[in-house]
Design a binder for this molecule. Structure first.
Ligand code: FES
Ligand SMILES: [Fe+2]
Length: 368
């Protein structure tokens, strides 16, 4: 799959077909999204005992339940009789009841009852459970790994928590601002992630962002560390302070910006000023379409003006990124480019991303 690099000074990338091919897409879903920690939404939907929520994670229908003892479970939302999806939306329930033939599952996925099965020889409820996944609550967020044996990415999450702690903040005390925003990008998920991983484009594409933070090659520092691909950048020293502060008030304990990708597709951004955390996660829907979700948390003492500024800035940046990602996708599937040319210095995190992709697709699994 990875032919030798043809041109010196560039990094080997997959062929353009990898951005549109259905078989490659299915392989990525299985080898990458089927074995990585994915954001599954907000924990607020399952904070009460006896509550549940549902989510589709890259083609897997998932139900997350908190049972009456407070234990959290993530399971396939797929009836083990004939495949009906069991739960919809979010809510409270004593059991999960399949709407098709009324099989009843406990909130830990164990089958408790199935009508008329006393007529069936050897039918044993105790032997049937919903397939379980790994689940981890990180502050207000739910993370799920479809590989039930996966250990939570505590080390990577701790790195983000240390960035917050440097500004005197904790994930638990930050408060949500607004609802989770959902949108669609007409581009392959790898194009979306690659775009996130480089700020080479920022000076031209994100001119407001570039007024607030220093996006120069010298100050925008890239730091790949396993499955957390990070960048940091200070607030820009500018001669147009009023214009800068009207975009984002950078006075406060968070003195710079932090940009983390929790591989494969969750971005965690910390904004300067009073402090804000944006979590945006991407889920591939088709080879040419990616769904995206954004949640925003702000420091407990942050005013609405600051939160509004962060929201406006991240929305603007998101729209700008959408436009270029959709354009790059159209170009990549046009047949007019054989493969991307990734620049080893300016786009070093993309190089790292492609190594992780290649490892996962080859089945060379390290800690996830
Ligand atoms: S498919 Fe669920 S009970 Fe039949
Ligand atoms: Fe961007």
């Amino acid at each position: 799959m990875y032919a030798p690099t043809a041109e010196p000074g560039t990094v080997q990338t997959p062929p353009a077909s990898a951005y549109q091919d259905q078989a490659r897409f299915a392989a990525e879903r299985a080898a990458i999204f089927g074995r990585s920690w994915l954001v599954a939404g907000l924990a607020s939907s399952v904070c009460e005992p006896g509550s549940y929520t549902t989510v589709d994670l890259a083609g897997m229908p998932v139900v997350i339940c908190r049972d009456r003892d407070g234990a959290l479970y993530a399971m396939a939302n797929v009836c083990q009789h004939r495949g009906m999806l069991i739960a919809t939306g979010s809510g409270r329930a004593r059991t999960l009841n399949c709407p098709n033939h009324a099989w009843v599952y406990a909130l830990d996925g164990q089958l408790r009852g199935a009508p008329r099965t006393t007529r069936e020889a050897d039918f044993d409820c105790a032997s049937i459970t919903l397939p379980r996944f790994a689940v981890h609550q990180w502050g207000p967020f739910l993370l799920v790994n479809l590989d039930a044996s996966a250990a939570p990415p505590l080390e990577h999450l701790a790195t983000v928590e240390q960035d917050l702690a440097g500004a005197g903040l904790t994930l638990e005390t930050m408060r949500p601002f607004g609802e989770v925003v959902e949108w669609t990008i007409e581009a392959n998920w790898k194009i979306v992630v690659e775009n996130y991983l480089e700020c080479y484009h920022c000076a031209w594409v994100h001119q407001d962002l570039a007024r607030v933070i220093d996006v120069s090659a010298e100050k925008y520092v890239l730091n790949p560390r396993g499955r957390l691909l990070s960048a940091t950048s200070p607030v820009r020293i500018t001669g147009e302070t009023d214009r800068q502060q009207s975009l984002l008030s950078t006075d406060g304990p968070m003195t710079g910006s932090h940009w983390h990708l929790l591989y494969p597709s969750a971005s965690i951004n910390l904004y300067p000023g009073r402090g804000a955390l944006e979590l945006t996660w991407y889920l591939p829907e088709t080879p040419g379409r990616t769904r995206a979700f954004t949640a925003l948390l702000v420091a407990p003492d942050a005013g609405t003006d600051y939160a509004d500024q962060v929201l406006a800035l991240l929305t603007r940046v998101g729209e700008e990124d959408n436009t270029i990602c959709e354009s790059m996708h159209r170009g990549m599937v046009s047949g007019a480019i054989a493969r991307e040319r990734v620049l080893p210095e300016n786009e070093a995190l993309i190089t790292h991303f492609h190594r992780l992709l290649a490892d996962d697709l080859a089945g060379a699994s390290g800690p996830r």
